[in-house]
Design a protein around this ligand. Structure first.
Ligand code: NAD
Length: 368
């Protein structure tokens, strides 16, 4: 039996465990059965993840003595729509899911965000369990209770905070993840290093993607989850420090909103956003150009985009990107809030972005 790591998330509204490791799902089947009062598990499953891992899923729930009701959703941003939300809520209501029953998300961040939001609003809130099947979802989106969908106005603008009761990050599910999706998850680990953990970034520079493909995988996920758990414990509802987790995301969400449909994935948008946040910080004199170059070099070395011209789904227009950034959830009083950095591992929040200067920066980046 391989080693399991357990991280406790002490959010203000709920404390729960994140269990990480190979075969974590079958090892912790007992944790599922005590949470399923009707002897059944209602699982909202990503179609691709299910196609690879149906047997493993069935075995684990059989071992827990639970019958399975599976609702399939195709993963990807197309899952985070009003239409999918309506479909899912209808299916959950047809199954007469009770508030005390957990709705279980089995998939990447998109299926997790959608399922969590459906669980938050169904009968004013049911229990919720996450079984993330992408690296991005294991290191980031399954933890912290942010749920939601996208609209034509932008990413994640409709949603709720709804913490899970339990997260099981079974690394065996990552065996079938395409390389592009592994890199997307890696970008969120880089983000954690850049925000507050310079030694983590140093390590990633040395090991590159090997940090998440070899023996260090469980440790890398545990480090990223522990980092996020600390921030969520301090500020569950993002009234302060939690906004730091959005480093690279204000730029990234603008790219996602502008990209050709289906062409750009979240982790790629975040990667380029991280490079931009550092270059913009250097432009303002907040951090050194050397640090900004170091960040871009590392992203490019592992195969992630660090320039707008390297992003799929373009071309991108500076004025449209700026307008998208103006729609971001973190903004207040009409000013754009940005997460910037004083250096690697030292991010900060600024609510006083000069719009004209940001416009000039974006124009130069688009032309670069
Ligand atoms: N809630 C949060 O705190 C939070 C944090 C970060 C990101 N997010 C959101 O997460 C989403 C991105 O999540 P993602 O990167 O997991 O994308 P995703 O859910 O689209 O999954 C990526 C792709 O991998 C496939 N897939 C899933 N599991 C698989 C497996 N085991 N084997 C093979 N293929 C598999 C999916 O079908 C999909 O095509 C974005 O919408 C982003 O906004 C949320």
């Amino acid at each position: 039996m391989s080693v399991l790591r357990v991280i406790e998330v002490e959010a203000a509204s709920r404390t729960y465990e994140v269990v990480i490791g190979r075969d974590a799902l079958s090892s912790r089947a007992d944790r599922l059965s005590v949470r399923a009062p009707r002897g059944r598990a209602v699982v909202v499953a990503d179609t691709a993840a299910l196609s690879h891992h149906a047997t493993r899923l069935h075995q684990a729930f059989d071992a827990a003595g639970l019958g399975l009701e599976i609702i399939e959703i195709e993963g990807g941003e197309g899952a985070k729509t009003w239409t999918s939300l309506e479909f899912l809520c209808d299916r959950l209501l047809a199954l007469n899911v009770e508030r005390s029953e957990p709705v279980i998300a089995f998939g990447g961040g998109t299926v997790g965000d959608l399922t969590g939001f459906a669980s938050a609003i169904l009968k004013r809130g049911t229990r919720f369990i996450q079984i993330p099947t992408t690296l991005l979802a294991q290191v980031d989106s399954s933890v912290g209770g942010k749920t939601g969908i996208n609209t034509s106005h932008g990413k994640n603008l409709i949603g709720a905070f709804h913490q899970p009761d339990l997260v099981i990050a079974d690394t065996a599910f990552l065996d079938t993840l395409p390389r592009r999706e592994v890199l997307a998850g890696y970008a969120e680990i880089v983000k954690a290093g850049l925000i507050q953990d310079a030694p983590l970034f140093d390590r990633l520079e040395t090991q590159g993607v090997d940090a998440v493909t070899g023996d260090g995988l469980v440790q890398a996920i545990a480090d990223a989850v522990a980092f996020k758990a600390r921030i969520v414990a301090e500020d569950e509802r993002e009234s302060g420090v939690r906004a730091l987790l959005n480093l690279g995301h204000t730029f990234g969400h603008a790219f996602e909103a502008e990209a050709d449909k289906g062409a750009l994935i979240h982790g790629e948008a975040v990667a380029c956003g991280l490079a931009l946040a550092f270059r913009y910080s250097a432009r303002l004199g907040a951090c050194s150009s050397k640090d900004a170059e170091r960040v871009a070099r590392h992203l490019q070395t592992v195969g992630l985009p660090a320039r707008i011209s390297e992003l799929p789904g373009g071309p991108y227009d500076a004025a449209r990107l700026l307008s998208r950034m103006g729609d971001d959830k973190k903004n207040s009083g009409g000013a754009i809030t940005l997460i910037l950095a004083r250096g690697i591992g030292d991010a900060f929040i600024t609510r006083e972005t000069d719009r004209d200067d940001l416009a000039a920066f974006l124009s130069s980046e688009v032309e670069d």
